[in-house]
Design a protein around this ligand. Structure first.
Ligand code: KG4
Ligand code: ZN
Length: 342
């Protein structure tokens, strides 16, 4: 039997067909990048409308590619219903409900943040649970004590900007195209991470697992433009200095993420750390987490690079719920708000 998983929480419309053993028969992701490019960020109304255009082709594509007969071969339809942009979530959930009615299948709602952690499980035969789960994405920077795929406890997280959001905003200051994270990390590769000393907010607060990126972002802004009137289109620095600022900012972020991950492992006494979410695609962060984990003797599981940013394959989490018979009624609503855990 197979699971059809749908993802539409933000600006990627994705669908996947996943077997009970978690092997992937088909996976498609339609990016909305060209639509949001000129605004340097995701415009919710445009995102919702773009999902409407893309959702049916995405589902049709994965069904055709996997050559399954939905009436006989699909066990359930899974969809991310929280957290995310309201309009975007509504498109995915409505499509999933319609398919459930048409095929007579149960609906499984999944939490997008839990799914980002579950991406670490894909392709592995041994369970990754229990673990410290760390989601580093455009919307979240949260640490959890995860006992099992669907049971977790919030340990701490950002008190202001998410880490991906900070990457994207600093990228705008540096004149880089949207989405800023990957472009900034590419620029940082040619810069000196010790050129500028930006703050590491809350890193020294050893009795808290909270993080903060707003002050770091502002420090970069003041460094580049001063404290007066700021015009991000008028940055006049050398190419090398631009790369140095990118590398120094990225280094400050990496120190904070790796430092809080280390503190979370120590605080929970767990011996496994699982990291997912878009920023986990960052190569410098991945290598720092590797060295930190080796140093403290903790097993590190990073989401596969192609499953860090939003995708529907991580909706394989729905198989865990399927086995627990955790189905959702067709009256279920979306939960857009920032969910910290249960
Ligand atoms: O997980 P994701 O696709 O969406 C959310 O759930 O938020 O994460 C998107 C975020 C964006 O902020 C993007 O700039 C960032 O992940 N990102 C990166 C990299 N690749 C994606 N940030 C830093 N380095 C990267 N290589
Ligand atoms: Zn995400």
């Amino acid at each position: 039997m197979f699971m059809l998983a749908i993802e539409s929480t933000c600006d990627e419309t994705a669908a996947a067909v996943i077997a009970a053993n978690r092997s992937v028969l088909a996976s498609r992701i339609a990016s909305q990048q060209p639509i949001h490019d000129r605004y340097n960020g995701v415009v919710p109304e445009l995102a919702a409308r773009a999902h409407l255009e893309r959702i049916v082709p995405m589902v049709r594509n994965v069904l055709e590619e996997s050559r399954i007969d939905p009436f006989n071969d699909i066990a359930a339809v899974a969809v991310a219903t929280e957290p995310g942009l309201p309009g975007s979530l509504l498109v995915g959930l409505s499509a999933a409900k319609a398919l459930c009615i048409a095929w007579g299948k149960p609906l499984i709602s999944i939490n997008h943040v839990q799914a980002h952690i579950y991406a670490c499980q894909i392709g592995r035969s041994c369970s990754i649970f229990p673990c410290v789960g760390f989601v580093v994405s455009g919307g979240h920077t949260n640490l959890y004590h995860c006992d099992s795929p669907c049971s977790w406890r919030y340990l701490g997280g950002t008190i202001d900007d998410a880490v991906g959001e900070a990457f994207d905003k600093v990228a705008v200051m540096l004149g880089l195209p949207f989405p800023g994270g990957p472009n900034l990390s590419q620029l940082a590769a040619s810069g000196n991470p010790r050129a500028h000393s930006f703050p590491r907010p809350l890193l020294a607060e050893r009795n808290s697992l909270n993080l903060s990126f707003s002050g770091l972002k502002t420090a970069v802004r003041y460094h580049l433009f001063g404290t007066g009137k700021q015009d991000f289109t008028s940055l006049n620095i050398s190419a090398q200095n631009r790369a140095d600022v990118a590398a120094s900012f990225q280094q400050a972020v990496i120190d904070c993420i790796a430092g809080k991950a280390e503190q979370a492992v120590a605080a929970t006494n767990l011996s496994r750390l699982c990291v997912g979410g878009g920023v986990c695609a960052n190569l410098a962060l991945r290598s720092r987490l590797e060295s930190m984990s080796q140093k403290i003797g903790c097993e590190l599981v990073l989401a596969p690079p192609e499953l860090c940013t939003d995708n529907a394959v991580m909706g394989a989490l729905a198989w865990e719920k399927y086995h627990l018979q955790e189905f959702s009624p067709l009256e279920i609503d979306i939960q857009p708000g920032l969910m910290r855990g249960k």
